[in-house]
Ligand binder design. Structure first.
Ligand code: THU
Length: 142
């Protein structure tokens, strides 16, 4: 196990791996499982595709919404596992969605091999657009 990967990372990844078979991915065939660690609890999510392709929901956002619904916004980490050869990274929209809650959260990623990658979210999404930008609005249009 690479030194920077902790037991907690592996435990969270196991929850993502466990839920992945429940993904609904009839169009891409690419099943993704995710698990968010927030408020000392674990919340799982899977991707759910749709005949109107653009209505698809990613696993990371599904897991994040489960945490939010349970009242937790203090995300410490997210684990994601996909069907890919190399560790599956969160898509751009998921990076932005997650950055709202903690740009410094740990992101644990894996694919169909034993390879695991761990990064901070702000490494994957530098200079995220966050709430502070909205506070800089002077309230004037044009
Ligand atoms: N997908 C996720 O669930 N998370 C990601 O980070 C990458 C993409 C899903 C969306 C879609 O159902 C399938 O993977 C292929 O893009």
């Amino acid at each position: 196990m690479p030194k920077h990967i902790t037991e907690a990372d592996l435990a969270l990844l196991a929850f993502a791996r466990e839920v992945r078979p429940r993904a609904y991915a009839p169009y891409s065939g690419f099943r993704v499982g995710a698990a968010v660690f927030a408020g000392g609890e674990i919340f799982q999510g899977v991707n759910a595709e749709n005949a109107a392709y653009g209505s698809t929901v990613c696993a990371e956002r599904a897991a994040a919404l489960a945490a939010i619904t349970a009242g937790h916004r203090d995300f410490d980490a997210v684990a994601v596992i996909g069907d890919s050869e190399s560790p599956c990274v969160p898509c751009g929209a998921c990076r932005q969605f997650l950055a709202e809650f903690n740009p410094a959260m740990r992101v644990i990623m894996s694919g169909r091999t034993d390879e695991i990658d761990v990064r901070r979210l702000d490494e994957l999404l530098p200079d995220a657009f966050v709430r502070g930008y909205l506070d800089q609005d002077d309230g004037e249009d044009e």
